[in-house]
Design a protein around this ligand. Sequence first.
Ligand code: ZN
Length: 521
Amino acid sequence: MRNVLVTLVAVSILVLGPAVESASAQNARALLQAADSAVGASKVNSIVYTGTGRISYLGQNFTTADDLPRVDMKNWSQTIDYGSKSAKEEMVRVQGNNSPRGGGAGFPITGEQRSTTLVSGNYAWNLNAQGQPQAQNDQAEMRQFMIWVTPHGFIKAALADPNATVTDREFIGAGRTLHVAGFTTMGKYRATGEFNAQNLLERVVTWIPNPVMGDMQVEIRYTDWRDIGNGIKAPFHTHMHQGDHPLVRGMNYMDVQASDVKANVESASLTVPDAVRTAAAPRVNIQTTKLADGVWLIAGGSHNSLAVEFKDFAAIIEAPLDDARSNAVIAETKRLIPGKQIRYVVNTHHHWDHAGGLRTAYAEGATIVTNEMNKNFYERVMLVPQPRSLSPDRLSQFPFATTGPGPGKLETYRERHAITDGDQSIISYHVEGFNHAGDMAMVYLPKSKILISADMGPPAAGTPVADVSPNSVALYNNVKRLKLDVSQHVPIHGNPSSNSDFERTVGPAAARARPASPEAP
Ligand SMILES: [Zn+2]
């Protein structure tokens, strides 16, 4: 009897065993194995794509409603070594015939702009112009994840997830049904991939963390699949969007056409430089300088903020980067101006490096002052208190009711906005005739004659006329147009400088850039 029982138990385990893997998991496995045989993904240990194309500057569009500013890539290559989780992407960017409107480091490009970005496991770095490694270890997780949404990486990562799923999705109108596989990797990143009737991966949709967008959508389309030998196929055309949102528009990020794709190349893995291995983790650094009565510069990072004291409240000018920076700026403002509520945060423009901390100031209860062009995007996309799964921030962790009456106010303007208590004032002026951002403000403090500007210089004193940027000339022209009495310039990037230096350096460049008057001979 006992033996019979043991046998029965054993038999039921045998019968039930395979059923432990659900029908859906079996379907997913079957699809992924078919996809693997179709393109030889598990035979690909490393791969190198070489080609040309175009790439955009994320979060640097001219207005929130515009597509991202783009440049051409005259050379592009991507080397991936799956086993060591390493990847190297190299590109040479040129302006080409692309519009100069919009922002981004070094945009619009004069000559060539080179970039090399690398990841190996938990280490990431860039190469600077001298070819020296610059640690970017806080980027390692994201760069590693991007390996798992490449054409072969997707299949490898999905096969490695026992909970991968598949479902059929009918594209009404297109008359097609695609198999949609979904997987989770690295503990939290999710991706879905659409496979066609030939089991080729046509499109990947995924999410990456971003201070402005939250869980930010990334869409990658793979087409032009070709045989590259040894039963391996690779897509020669890749088209990528980043930051698409139903309330905004499609944001073109990258488009590359490969001229050559090679699998299983020699020495695709990377050696992590010692300087990267031992680099200290980046930390939020705050350095405060008093500029005038009731006005402090909060520097110490790549972007400055200012704290301004009023009779009954405090205000912050600029909340850049992200939640961590913004929390530190808020804490410093409270230390400098104790016992007064931070009632306003004044934003120079919508570019993500300048707006990435606005949510945090908003959660603090500050009213955001910005150009009316930004209202739709700020209210309906950037400032929503809904959860963010990949990188929760203060507003998503401590949401407030969107029905009010709590925090959550925007004050917008077209030309000019003033905050004043009759003594101290902060005046935002719209900057005209400026290619960098259509909503750009310069911010004037009449009491101390301080002018705050973002991404407009001012250049170092004595910069040759030919090297003065059009951005600084735009600043000069707008100061003259508004007849502002300025004594000190305080840029969001860099150090304060005097107006007399500004006049001496930018004045001649502005005179040269001015179109000749029609009456002139
Ligand atoms: Zn900008």
